[in-house]
Write a protein that binds this ligand. Structure first.
Ligand code: SF4
Length: 307
């Protein structure tokens, strides 16, 4: 199969004739500066432009709220699954022990709740790793990847990059309460952008993306096509264009700019910046730090599961 990407138009920075990462000033005749973004930055603009402004533009940035319990849990599990590959003895039980070692005791209701989720997460990681071949070294673990397409530079980090039957597979771990579906994998902008980046960096067509739900061991899969990856890259570029336009408006109008409106909804209950946002406070009650772990509370929106 050809490794060419004519319809994805993933071009190198040199090809683009631009300078990476710059929001530099431009003059007539100069190429358009690159807009640098991670998938989560693009999704932040899509979810709520006001939150995007708080997180990425306002300086000094408004203080974020303290880390929530589900973020602590997610980080501990991700760290254990990363470090497991460095272990001399890659047994499932060793993975569970790593969760205990790397536990982050922040955001839980009390010591008992933290201990419960520490044990539960260790159990989940142990069970998940029983399904993983310890001799099958991934091609990448928490690997930073990037690509340039037009005037967008995307950079992100892949949890795991497998090679199976001669094909590269992008793997993203999930620790959410609800297991993702194949449609979640299919429509995930980050997964598609990671696949595009792997294709560019490894010079190998990459279509397979997976969401591994660690608590249940289930895997949500999707197999992209060249066309579907192209659509997702174009979607990312459209979001980046809107964000760039809004940033230009902010530069001209400063506090009078209306380019970053609040988008209120369930997200406001979980938002790190709601203390600075009256419309968000009025839209939804604040969720407790540990609410995402409790069965009676609606799960938080996917985009803030593990920020
Ligand atoms: S509280 Fe809601 S409206 Fe305000 S920034 Fe956060 S998500 Fe946006």
């Amino acid at each position: 199969m050809s490794a060419e990407l004519p319809r994805l138009s993933l071009v190198s920075e040199a090809d683009a004739g631009t300078t990476a990462g710059g929001e530099q000033g431009s003059f007539p005749g100069m190429p358009t500066p690159l807009y640098a973004a991670s998938p989560s930055k693009l999704l932040a603009f899509l979810d709520c432009p006001r939150r995007y402004r708080f997180a990425y533009l306002d300086r000094p940035s408004p203080p974020k709220r303290a880390q929530r319990a589900h973020t602590s849990l997610g980080n501990a599990v991700h760290n254990a699954l990363r470090d497991w590959w460095d272990e001399a003895e890659r047994t499932p039980a060793r993975g569970g022990a790593l969760v205990h070692d790397r536990w982050i005791d922040v955001g839980f209701r009390d010591a008992a709740q933290s201990a419960h989720w520490r044990a539960e997460s260790a159990r989940a990681v142990t069970a998940y790793l029983a399904l993983v071949d310890p001799s099958d070294q991934p091609r990448g673990i928490e690997r930073t990847v990037s690509f340039v397409s037009g005037d967008l530079r995307v950079q992100g980090r892949i949890d795991r990059l497998d090679e199976r039957d001669g094909e590269l597979v992008v793997v993203d771990y999930k620790t959410s309460r609800v297991a993702p579906t194949d449609d979640d994998a299919r429509f995930s902008l980050p997964l598609a952008l990671y696949a595009a980046a792997v294709w560019k960096m490894w010079r190998r067509p990459t279509f397979a993306v997976e969401l591994h739900h660690v608590p249940t061991g289930t895997v949500a899969r999707h197999r992209h096509t060249r066309e579907s990856l192209t659509r997702q890259v174009e979607r990312a570029k459209a979001i980046a264009r809107d964000a760039r336009r809004a940033e230009g408006d902010l530069a001209v109008h400063a506090e009078r700019s209306e380019a970053f409106p609040p988008v209120t909804g369930p997200l406001c209950g979980w938002c790190d910046y709601r203390a600075h946002c009256l419309p968000g406070q009025q839209a939804a009650p604040e969720q407790a730090d540990w609410a995402a772990l409790e069965g009676s509370t609606p799960a938080p929106p996917v985009s803030i599961e593990r920020e």
